[in-house]
Design a protein around this ligand. Structure first.
Ligand code: BES
Ligand code: ZN
Ligand code: ZN
Length: 492
């Protein structure tokens, strides 16, 4: 799909216009637009078919206006309450509607009230993400695709900044869709080695990027026994993938760590069968980290970043880890395994310990579909955030408010360590009770981050979208990717 930005209205199949509920007269829109659209929508406004309610969508198919076959009017709600997240949602709906009517091109009028580059970025993000399809495994593919999008800038001076936004948004949407693809892929095709190979292939050529793949024998030498224990029941080897992006010669990197469990059966502490297939996406944290790295590299963000993704499969078998086992992590701590379904923290703790010892980052962010408890606590619309540095937590929450990938903080008070007391090892890796499951998981991780400022994002609740709406498409979500990208951009 091609984007083009101009200050004059370009004809195409469909003209898409956003309308505010408290300004049905399109105040502030380019004159050409209001001249074209106002007479057309007047009867619909009069009959209250068009009210401008947020996320309402009115298609006018035989518009009979110069340059366009159809007009789609999308509701933006209150003018004072417009955000880029709302526009991203609305334009995602519009793009899908355009393809459902089998049109091939659209012209988008940017809403007044948003900054030019922000609006441009939200436009290409919303369209790119909203049109996502996972049909690699369908032998019959549904046709219907959007070939070109013209974005109307309000005047000549704003073309450049709208265009900058559109280009960034295109790259970001591509990355989110990459994360969705990886998470949607079936676990017989996306096993740890395949995941690692794909990651290497993605970053093959950039001169500022190196990809290192730590295999089981390297991991053994490094003492990553917590990581190795999780994959020992699988026929697939485990890998720890390290992506280094170094645009600056001397700068401690931000370190992104993502959980890469390509399938989580629970291991010997096996999960119930209902819905277990969803656990093909238990590598979503890792996929998001990889996807974010790809966008950060493509956008040439001037910030050193290192990504670490432990990739394993958690299976029950004769060689699988047992509840009762004790393993020694890379930082020397001994861990009693209580429930083999709490595998995420075991692979992450060695990744974090590796980062502290070898990468020496300025700060670290871990992202994982870590606990069902997070879904119980916060539901499926937002992610949990915890950390040892309130400033970092605050900056990440602000980032989430901007991207629309919202976050809510849970505590990490000292008392919670009591839940992880072991009689036989330095630490228990989980408490089997129902208390504060998300907090205890993060409390466990905190034992491996040393003094490094760190936040942890539990994305279990947003792993998948249950329905298609706006830029969200039913299936695995890739949510969290844009927070990582935006956080790093803001840390330049
Ligand atoms: N991958 C799961 C968490 C999960 C559940 C993510 C549902 C997305 C949707 C994780 O490995 C897990 O099973 N955690 C256990 C921990 C418990 C045994 C302490 C959980 O949440 O039940
Ligand atoms: Zn598990
Ligand atoms: Zn898991």
């Amino acid at each position: 799909m091609k984007f083009n930005v101009s200050e004059s209205i370009a004809s195409s199949d469909v003209l898409v216009v956003g309308i505010y509920s408290d300004d049905l007269a399109l105040t502030g829109y380019p004159k050409d637009v209001s001249k074209l659209v106002l007479p057309l929508i007047k009867p619909l406004v009069d009959s209250e078919a068009i009210e401008g309610k947020f996320q309402s969508l009115v298609p006018i198919l035989n518009a009979g206006i110069k340059g366009f076959s159809a007009v789609i009017v999308v509701g933006l709600g209150d003018k004072a309450k417009i955000t880029s997240a709302k526009w991203r949602t609305v334009i995602g709906d519009a793009a899908r509607a355009v393809t459902q009517y089998k049109f091939k091109s659209m012209t988008v009028v940017l809403p007044v009230g948003l900054d030019n580059s922000v609006a441009g970025q939200a436009t290409s993000e919303g369209i790119g993400m909203g049109l996502y399809k996972f049909d690699q495994y369908k032998t019959e593919k549904k046709l219907g695709s959007l070939e070109s999008v013209s974005v109307l800038a309000s005047n000549e001076k704003s073309v450049a900044s709208v265009n900058t936004g559109v280009l960034a948004g295109t790259s970001i949407a591509w990355s989110v869709n990459l994360a969705r693809d990886l998470a949607n892929m079936p676990p017989n095709d996306l096993f740890p080695k395949a995941f690692a190979d794909r990651t290497r292939a993605l970053f093959g050529s950039d001169e500022n990027v190196t990809v290192k793949i730590i295999d089981e024998s390297d991991a053994k030498k490094l003492g990553m026994n917590a990581f190795l224990g999780v994959g020992q029941g699988s026929i697939f080897e485990s890998y720890m993938v390290v992506i280094d992006y170094k645009p600056n010669a001397k700068q401690a990197p931000i370190c992104l760590v993502g959980k890469g469990v390509t399938f989580d059966t629970g291991g010997i502490s096996i999960k119930p069968s209902k819905g277990m297939g969803e656990m093909k996406a238990d590598m979503s944290g890792g996929a998001n980290v990889i996807a974010a790295m790809k966008a950060i590299v493509d956008l040439k963000v001037k910030r050193n970043v290192t990504a670490i993704i432990p990739m394993v499969e958690n299976m029950p078998s004769g060689t699988a880890q047992r509840p009762g086992d004790i393993v020694k992590a890379m930082n020397g701590k001994t861990i009693e395994i209580t429930n083999t379904d709490a595998e995420g923290r075991l692979i992450l703790c060695d990744a974090l310990a590796y980062a502290v010892e070898k990468v020496k980052p300025s700060e670290m962010i871990s992202m994982a579909t870590l606990t069902g408890a997070c879904i119980v606590a916060l539901g499926t619309f937002i992610s949990g955030i915890l950390g040892n540095n309130q400033d970092m937590v605050n900056r990440m929450i602000e980032t989430g408010n901007e991207t629309g990938e919202r976050l809510w903080q849970l505590p990490l008070f000292d008392e919670y360590i009591d839940y992880l007391k072991s009689d036989v090892a330095d630490i228990n890796h989980c408490n089997e009770g129902r208390e504060a499951g998300t907090v205890t998981a993060a409390k466990f991780l905190e034992q491996f981050v040393g003094d490094v400022p760190w936040v942890h994002l539990d994305i279990a609740g947003v792993m998948d979208y249950r329905k298609t709406s706006g830029y969200k498409v039913k299936g695995m979500s890739g949510e969290g990717t844009r927070n990582l990208i935006e956080y790093v951009i803001r840390s330049k």
